[in-house]
Design a protein around this ligand. Structure first.
Ligand SMILES: [Zn+2]
Length: 509
């Protein structure tokens, strides 16, 4: 059934998986063409383009656009994942548990916690009387700890779930790559992570799918496409690609929503507003050199003060904030001056700049990074090594000067490494007590999520076990304050995982 009517069909695309999604590139005349995609609901989505375009480029563009139309939506069928459907009861009662207190560092006396809907309704040291005990799922938590769900504040879900080879593969489609990211989201939840802040990449469709209950996964605080200057940390063009301003075209990464290459106040404003329009909770800007990018040495500073201010102004007008990728004192100082509220990384900061972060109440989102793999180009390995070496000072000085520290993993391109989300947590013992580390990956990380203010898609308290808070909970076998390593093996030690009041794992059944 052609959807182009009487128009010339230039190319037809049928997505392998189900045949439900298919589309056609149709020429209307020499300067207008349309992409039409049929959705499973029967609706036809169209997008028209006004530019003449070479046929080879048209074919590539069609694949990208049609694939983006075919992104999972709340109406689309959920992709199959290994995770069983969550159990729903009228309420859940955790009996005889000890709670990880939000201040961290200690457990409560034995108590009882009642969850109704998506909130923690009551916490009591006395048994909680129930009206309809048959409709309440009672879980005996004797000898176990009830703690808030974990939060990873530096995730790139789309790039984490796919290897670089998969992302660059000529036959890669957005649909295939996104399907892998949806599956990874399910695994992230099974690791006990009930919220993640995605600091760059196309995850709006995945977030909708998870929020509508059609796929398991964490709450996602998306940033949308990373905003980078030409030659910056988000410039992943090949050396042959030319700038759009000098005859080049948008790259596949830009078309998929991985990043924007934006120069000058106007383009930065547009890129920021495009992300906000799509539902970004916060904005991610590249403010300095990076290890994974090809053209920018670590020491370079990216974006002029005015360009950076443009992003901050547009974000601030939406009640939210800008977070930047930056390692060096110069990049961080300029970002602070522009009004940026959070620094991602900061491993190459000096002590004075660390003090400045504290004075300006700016968050530092840190990671315990690993060296680049041996397969990485020598230049990348050398850059990564410099950053890894700075990690010790960054944590030490941030702690000493009472900088607000958030924690994340920043894992990308090596899907098998995603298990490090859990094993990275005990590494914090180099600088913090187990209580402080647990507080950081729950309570403190939740405070950074809340900085998105009115753009927070999940209003309510996260990262704490308190009456009225959102019910994101993990029942841990044993006491993670005494043995932080328990969080490194979620398969074994996380007996129950609940998100938004729904149980996604129950090993006690
Ligand atoms: Zn990152």
């Amino acid at each position: 059934m052609p959807v182009c009517g009487g128009l010339t069909v230039l190319r037809r695309i049928t997505f392998k998986k189900s045949g439900l999604y298919w589309g056609e590139l149709c020429s209307i005349d020499a300067v207008i063409f349309q992409v039409m995609v049929v959705h499973p609901s029967g609706t036809t989505l169209r997008r028209s383009f006004m530019k003449p375009i070479l046929s080879a480029a048209a074919a590539a563009l069609t694949v990208a656009i049609a694939a983006s139309f075919a992104a999972p939506s709340p109406d689309a069928p959920a992709p199959a994942t290994a995770v069983a459907a969550p159990a729903r009861m009228e309420a859940t009662l955790f009996k005889n548990v000890r709670i990880l207190k939000s201040a961290g560092g200690e457990l409560s006396a034995v108590c009882h916690v009642l969850v109704r809907g998506n909130r923690i309704e009551k916490i009591s040291d006395q048994p909680i009387p129930l009206e309809n005990p048959d409709k309440i799922l009672a879980i005996d938590g004797t000898g176990k700890t009830l703690m808030p769900g974990l939060i990873d504040n530096h995730v790139h879900l789309f790039m984490a779930a796919n290897s670089q080879a998969e992302l660059m593969h000529p036959l890669a489609t957005f649909e295939k790559l996104e399907a892998k990211a949806v599956e990874e989201a399910g695994r992230i939840l099974m690791r006990g992570f009930t919220s993640v802040r995605d600091v760059g990449g196309p995850v709006f469709g995945i977030k909708r799918l998870i929020d509508s209950g059609k796929a398991p996964g964490p709450r996602i605080y998306p940033s949308g496409a990373m905003i980078s200057q030409t030659s910056g940390h988000g410039d992943f063009r090949t050396p042959q690609d030319r700038s759009r301003r000098f005859g080049g075209t948008m790259t596949a990464g830009e078309l998929m929503g991985v990043g924007f290459i934006a120069d000058g106040r106007d383009e930065v404003l547009t890129a920021t507003r495009e992300n906000l329009r799509a539902g970004a909770c916060q904005i991610k800007v590249m403010a300095g050199g990076g290890a994974a990018s090809a053209y920018d040495p670590l020491d370079v500073t990216q974006y002029t003060l005015d360009e950076m201010k443009a992003a901050v102004e547009a974000a601030d007008d939406w009640g939210t904030y800008v977070t930047v990728h930056a390692y060096t004192p110069k990049a961080v100082r300029r970002s602070i001056e522009a009004g940026v509220k959070c620094i991602e990384h900061g491993q190459l900061l000096d002590e004075d700049s660390m003090r400045l972060l504290a004075e300006h109440d700016v968050w530092l989102s840190l990671q315990t990074l690993e060296e680049a793999p041996a397969t990485a180009p020598p230049d990348t390995r050398a850059k990564k090594h410099t950053v890894v070496q700075g990690t010790d000072n960054a944590f030490k000085w941030a702690r000493k000067h009472h900088v607000k520290i958030a924690w994340g993993t920043d894992l990308m391109f090596i899907p098998a490494q995603m298990k490090n989300q859990n094993t990275d947590i005990p590494k914090l013992l180099q600088w913090f007590t187990s209580g402080e580390a647990l507080k950081m990956v729950t309570h403190d990380n939740a405070a950074l999520l809340a900085l998105s203010g009115p753009r927070n898609p999940y209003p309510g308290k996260l990262g704490v076990v308190e009456e009225g808070a959102l019910a994101d909970l993990i029942l841990v076998q044993g006491n993670p304050v005494a043995v932080l390593n328990l969080v490194a093996d979620p398969d074994k030690n996380f007996l129950v995982i609940m998100k938004d009041g729904v149980i996604h794992k129950d090993q006690l059944k």
